[in-house]
Design a protein around this ligand. Structure first.
Ligand code: AMP
Length: 144
C-alpha cells in the first residue's frame, strides 16, 4: 500500500478498537489505546494508537490528534522505562509498505532495548499471551 489511499475499516487495529479481535491492553481512554505488540521485537514492545482518527499514517493525521497521541506515547515510554528498566527505548512509526508499514492505522511503536540484545524481526514470531499480559500489568502499574 502506498502513501495514498483510503482508510480501510477492516484493518486489524480498527478491529481491535471495536473489540472484534482480542488484544493485550495496557491502558485506554476516549482518545488512545496502548496495547502489547503480539509479535514483539523485544520484551515490552508495545503500540499506541488513536481511537478516534482514521489516519493511516503520520501524513494523514490531524495535528491535534497527533499531539494527544504524542503525549500518550511519552507517558507509555516513561512507564516502560520504570517497569522494565531498559538501556534504551526506540519510539518509531512507518509510513507506507516500502517503509515497513504492515497495518494501515497510524500507530507508534515503543520498543525497549537492552545492551547486547539483538532486536527481533519486525512482525516476526507471536508472543506467549500470558507473558504479554504480565508485562502489560507491569507497565500499567508504572504509569504516572
Ligand atoms: P507496522 O509494520 O509498523 O505496521 O507494525 C504493525 C505492528 O503490529 C507489528 O509490529 C506487528 O507485530 C503488530 N501486530 C500485528 N497484528 C497484531 C495484533 N493482532 N495484535 C498486536 N499487534 C499486532
Amino acid at each position: 500500500m502506498s502513501l495514498q489511499g483510503a482508510y480501510d475499516d477492516t484493518n486489524i487495529f480498527a478491529r481491535i478498537i471495536r473489540g472484534e479481535i482480542p488484544s493485550v491492553p495496557i491502558f485506554e481512554d476516549d482518545d488512545v489505546l496502548a496495547f502489547m505488540d503480539a509479535f514483539p521485537q523485544s520484551r515490552g514492545h508495545c503500540l499506541m494508537i488513536s481511537k478516534t482518527s482514521r489516519a493511516r499514517n503520520i501524513l494523514d493525521v490531524e495535528p491535534e490528534v497527533l499531539a494527544v497521541l504524542s503525549a500518550a506515547v511519552q507517558r507509555l515510554a516513561r512507564a516502560v522505562r520504570k517497569a522494565l528498566v531498559p538501556d534504551g527505548i526506540v519510539v518509531t512509526q512507518f509510513n507506507g509498505a516500502p517503509a515497513g508499514q504492515t497495518v494501515f492505522h497510524l500507530h507508534i511503536h515503543v520498543i525497549p532495548r537492552w545492551e547486547g540484545q539483538t532486536l527481533g524481526r519486525h512482525a516476526g514470531g507471536m508472543a506467549d499471551i500470558a507473558e504479554l499480559k504480565s508485562t502489560a500489568d507491569m507497565i500499567r502499574a508504572a504509569l504516572d
